[in-house]
Write a protein that binds this ligand. Structure first.
Ligand SMILES: CC(C)(COP(=O)(O)OP(=O)(O)OC[C@H]1O[C@@H](n2cnc3c(N)ncnc32)[C@H](O)[C@@H]1OP(=O)(O)O)[C@@H](O)C(=O)NCCC(=O)NCCS
Length: 323
């Protein structure tokens, strides 16, 4: 081991307190993480975006964040120096998957072993068949180098795409589409939950029933209903303009349900832009979004300890709190 590495491995954390945080500290942690990430993004020429068009108030954002943090197995740690927050890290847990929600270190303290110390606190040992690990991280070398030693590998990209609402409306009105559009309807909550229960594990490799029960209280489910039985696709859409997550039986089935959700938001929304998270294997959807004029603003990587079976049939969560 080089001298430099041995010094960094024994970093002096004197004066720093690393501790488990309370749910009531979520807002403070969010404000800290947002300030650090905003700075990093602007330094790279990227305008930050955290969800609903026109901004998102803490009351609405906190409901999902608090719910994720309240799950059995979820962890939330902070590091302080002289009462000042210098790093935060959070995870939540689905049945067989631990998902990192964020690991953020103040730039004044970066590259001194703090990010690794926090992640080691949440992800000790190695992932197992019973409990895997997953994270969606920005495409910077710092983030990727930090996470890879914890037993996760890149499985795909998650792209943050945006379009001005006026351009979306204009392009949609002018689109010439050959095939008959698949019928999309608002689904009963029970049907939406059944569809997720049937399709999600085959797409992600694990199921998130409690997450969809939360979305069912907050959002409307649109579904592609082509024949009898459960729908071929389902997409959650909120009154604030959040589109996703969505899942489909075949990659092409994702397109009509996501476009119907975007149409719904575009027809009601006063904000200047529509935003969506899209996995890079979802080619059918990516191609259509690209032709409509969506542009890439923020590329991230999906890192996982096990392959996700079929991300070509999945649209990630918006706001981007999770895969
Ligand atoms: C990513 C982040 C959490 C790393 O935290 P950190 O405390 O600086 O990381 P550590 O010092 O513990 O380093 C751990 C490993 O991460 C990698 N790393 C950290 N900083 C790095 C850098 N600037 N460049 C390349 N690799 C880096 C290294 O592999 C390092 O281990 P090694 O030096 O032994 O190889 C921190 O930089 C951060 O919060 N960044 C802001 C996140 C953000 O803004 N994201 C959006 C940007 S677009």
């Amino acid at each position: 081991m080089s001298d430099e590495l041995s010094q960094r491995d024994t970093i002096d954390l004197a004066g720093c307190e690393l501790r488990t945080a309370r749910g009531s500290e979520l807002r403070r942690a969010r404000d800290f993480a947002r300030a650090v990430v905003d700075r990093a993004l602007r330094a790279r020429g990227i305008e930050p975006w955290y969800g609903a068009p026109g901004g998102r108030d803490w009351e609405r954002e906190s409901a999902l964040q608090a719910f994720l943090q309240a799950q059995p197995g979820a962890r939330f740690v902070v590091c302080e120096r002289a009462g000042e927050l210098i790093a935060v890290a959070r995870t939540t847990r689905f049945e067989t998957m631990d998902e990192a929600l964020e690991v953020v270190v103040a730039p004044e303290y970066s590259h001194r072993g703090l990010g690794r110390a926090l992640l080691a606190e949440l992800w000790s040992g190695t992932p197992t068949p019973d409990l895997g690990r997953l994270a969606v991280v920005p495409g910077t070398t710092a983030d990727l180098n930090l996470y890879l030693p914890f037993g996760v590998m890149p499985v795909a990209g998650r792209w943050h795409l945006r379009i001005p609402v006026a351009l979306y409306r204009e392009r949609r009105a002018a689109e010439v589409v050959d095939e008959d559009p698949a019928p999309v309807h608002v689904l009963e909550t029970g049907t939406a939950l059944e569809t997720w229960a049937e399709l999600e594990e085959g797409v992600l490799g694990y199921a998130r029933p409690w997450l969809h029960e939360w979305f069912a209280r907050d959002r409307v489910a649109l579904g592609v209903v082509a024949g009898g039985g459960t729908p071929d696709a389902v997409c959650w859409v909120s009154a604030e303009g959040d589109v996703g997550p969505a899942v489909a039986r075949r990659p092409e089935d994702l397109v009509p349900v996501v476009l119907a959700a975007l149409d719904r938001v575009a027809s009601a929304c006063e904000a200047p832009e529509l935003a969506i998270q899209c996995t890079t294997p979802a080619w059918w959807l990516l191609r259509r979004l690209r032709l409509l004029g969506f542009r890439l603003h923020w590329p991230s990587w999906i890192l996982s300890s096990v392959p996700c079976p079929a991300l070509d049939r999945y649209l990630p969560v918006q706001p981007p709190a999770l895969l």
